[in-house]
Design a protein around this ligand. Structure first.
Ligand code: SF4
Ligand code: ZN
Length: 708
């Protein structure tokens, strides 16, 4: 037998033995009826559920899983069989990790790793993964002989925007080496036991269930999905034992190449298992094996510039400068000009620099010109400022328009970052990302308070008002076309969003204007116009042209779709929706739940459980994913009676959309303060209590036609 298969079987058998023992011990201690579950997931023990369809709920469900696991370890001298044994190791690792939750509490509370990754986090990763904003997922495992090597590799992945999971001693090595860690930095410590690697494996597996509509029990479909659509790979550092090798075999079975830093000689499996002993080559080789392409942006600034720094928080103690609308005038504005009016790459700074004042005013004014530029794209470009500022390491940006707050860290200042660098970033990024419409771009930054105030009041504010008026007048009726968006098809192959002025994409990131701009920038890209033709049903919003385009875009998977109904041919959901709306039968109403809400709902399900009822590009009447902004739209479930049907929302969501929701309810039905009739978790999460409360309040839904 080859050394490799020998090691795999050795590791798998060892894990099988450990798993069997651990299950027996747990049952002896707690009894077979004791519940066991990972936190905040609707997919039970995800590996077992996806591979076999078995829903593990109690300890008593586990012995049968152990038998399945053992049956996967055939001991035959065959690479395919050995890879199956690797899957057995994955199942074993899942059980061993899952048992850590049997005692109650958070077993990872004392660990520097996070352990299990909850469903909502996976959903939130959907859009950055499909847009290539996160180009890949790296799993870095083990203990580097020289810590500096792993630090360099991980920082390199971070600067390229990859999402990196750390397992084992590399966690401390990276933290001590100054790697900024946390989901917001795209470097996520998982745990120290090698079994904790399962927590990234189940991310890939749940992606298949959430986005890919892979059916539980369809092992072949699962493996094909992860291989084709999850751009992950593994790097091990330091010596590897049999257990690591068999876990690696599991990764390879899922389609994730493994790069080790010891010399495997003839035991290498080209494309799947390769040795790279020179760490300066690890990153390049890994990306090549997984065919991950990185967009590089060369910027002449003294700090790093990468999407991985988007979530960086700069606290007061680390802060060198602040530009904040509460202290000084701020404004951000993009204006379209004639070609002759713009001098390309002209940069003008008016006022003090970061070394001359601590608190500054900040006007960021970008003038663009181009033959294909349209006034409508001004706001699309302007909205990107937020991300671009945040991509600079040591810069934090919140807000937009005249309500902006920018902080610069001491470290960034010491590195030499100055106002001019902001301007350079804006210039390069506008020209990069909007090259199809912007031929010339000039940037003016004003930090002088008096001049900033004049600019804000006389130049920016009137422009914002103009835009708002245009947006408000833009309805589904007032335009001649809608747009498809199929970006999420890389994860949800049968999914297509139809984006209209009054209904943004369900991820919340694609408005009608965005879709229009995307189409202009990339005419053969993910957003295609649907000319509004052949209205079949005005009430539900069904059009011949929409049906036709959606059918084409989904390769026949979806034949009919309505724009305004949740019960009749509703739009499909991919999985990365911001909110889910679901039927609440007792009251004849609907509840709306946002991804961030962790508690129970009157439907008897959490967000994750509700969300698992839909997704994968499937139509599920009664349930629908959608963007936050859609809730206050006049078109929200209009076919079923509209927002008057909303009976319950988490408080945070209600507060967030309340003002706009109330305005819509006032305009549509003449109801004052509609949100006063909508319950939340501080009122009840029980459906009977909800009905009593609604009755007491006189919620309008109680007078409406039954839904079914
Ligand atoms: Fe995905 Fe729809 Fe958002 Fe496009 S609009 S990125 S398809 S969720
Ligand atoms: Zn999506």
């Amino acid at each position: 037998m080859s050394v490799l298969t020998d090691l795999i079987y050795g590791g798998s058998n060892a894990v099988a033995g450990l798993t069997e023992g651990a299950v027996k011990d747990a049952i002896a201690k707690y009894g077979p009826d004791h519940p066991v579950a990972f936190p905040d997931t609707a997919y039970y023990f995800p590996t077992i559920y996806a591979a076999t369809g078995v829903k593990v709920k109690t300890l008593g469900d586990l012995p049968a899983c152990v038998e399945v696991l053992k049956s996967l370890i055939t001991g035959q001298e065959d690479l395919g069989q050995a890879l199956n044994a690797g899957l057995a190791t994955a199942v074993g690792a899942e059980i061993i990790e899952g048992l850590k939750w049997a005692a109650g509490g958070d077993p990872y509370a004392q660990d520097s790793g996070i352990g299990f990754v909850p469903d909502p986090v996976i959903r939130s990763l959907g859009v950055p993964l499909v847009t290539g904003d996160i180009p890949g997922v790296a799993v870095v495992l083990g203990k580097a002989e020289d810590p500096a090597d792993v630090v360099k590799v991980v920082k390199d992945y971070q600067s390229k925007g990859l999402l990196t999971f750390l397992v084992g001693d590399v966690i401390e090595q990276c933290l001590e080496g100054g790697v900024k860690a946390g989901l917001e930095y795209r470097v996520v410590p998982l745990g120290h036991d090698v079994t904790s690697v399962i927590h990234v494996v189940t991310v890939a597996i749940r992606a298949a269930l959430i986005f890919g509509n892979v059916q539980p029990g369809d092992l072949a479909g699962l493996l094909e999905y992860t291989k084709k659509r999850v751009p992950a790979f593994v790097n091990t550092f330091g010596p590897i034992d049999a257990v690591v090798v068999s876990a690696g075999a599991g990764a390879i079975a899922l389609g994730f190449p493994v790069v080790v830093d010891i010399d495997l000689g003839s035991e290498q499996v080209p494309g799947a298992l390769e040795s790279v002993c020179d760490h300066s080559q690890t990153v390049a080789k890994s990306l090549e094996l997984r065919e991950i392409k990185i967009k590089v942006t060369e910027l002449p600034i003294p700090v790093a510039f990468a999407a991985a720094f988007e979530g960086e928080i700069i606290r007061k103690a680390d802060m060198h400068n602040e530009c904040w609308s509460s202290k000084n005038p701020t404004a951000e504005l993009v204006v379209m000009r004639e070609l002759s009016e713009v001098e390309d790459h002209k940069i003008t700074i008016i006022g003090p620099d970061l070394d001359q004042a601590k608190d500054l005013a900040l006007v960021t004014f970008v003038e663009v010109a181009g033959k294909k530029m349209q006034v409508d794209f001004e706001s699309v470009i302007e909205r990107k400022f937020h991300a671009w500022f945040n991509y600079m390491e040591g810069v934090m940006h919140t807000g937009q328009r005249n309500q902006v707050r920018v902080r610069v860290s001491n470290a960034a200042f010491d590195a030499g970052l100055r106002i001019r660098d902001f301007a350079e970033v804006l210039y390069v990024m506008v020209k990069n990302e909007f090259d199809a419409v912007v031929d010339k771009c000039q940037v003016t930054i004003i930090t002088d308070p008096a001049q900033a105030e004049t600019f804000r009041d006389q130049m920016a504010m009137p422009r914002y008002t103009q835009r708002d008026d245009r947006l408000a007048s833009m309805t589904d009726e007032s335009v001649d076309r809608y747009y498809t968006c199929i970006l999420c098809q890389s994860f949800a192959p049968a999914h297509c969003c139809v984006v209209t002025p009054e209904r943004l994409g369900l991820c919340g990131a694609v408005s009608w204007l965005d879709a229009k701009a995307t189409n202009e920038l990339d005419p053969n890209g993910p957003c295609q116009p649907i000319f509004k033709e052949g209205c079949i049903d005005e009430r539900t919003g069904r059009f011949e042209s929409v049906d036709k385009m959606v059918k084409e875009a989904t390769h026949g998977a979806v034949e009919k779709v309505t724009l305004y109904s949740i019960l009749e041919d509703p739009m499909t959901s991919c999985g990365c929706f911001e909110c889910i709306c679901g039927i609440e039968p007792m009251s004849n109403g609907f509840i709306v739940v946002n991804r961030e809400y962790k508690g129970m709902t009157p439907a008897g399900m959490t967000f994750g459980e509700l969300a698992s009822c839909t997704g994968g590009g499937v139509q599920t009447p009664g349930y629908m994913g959608h963007g936050r902004h859609f809730i206050s739209s006049k078109k929200f479930i209009a076919a079923e009676g509209g927002i008057e049907r909303i009976v319950w929302m988490p408080k945070e969501l209600k507060d967030d959309v309340g003002e706009r929701l109330n305005a819509t309810a006032q305009a549509l039905y003449g109801i004052e303060n509609f949100t006063d009739y909508v319950a939340d978790e501080t009122i009840t999460t029980d459906c009977e209590e909800l009905l009593n409360w609604l009755t007491e309040k006189g919620h309008p839904v109680l007078a409406m036609e039954p839904l079914m």
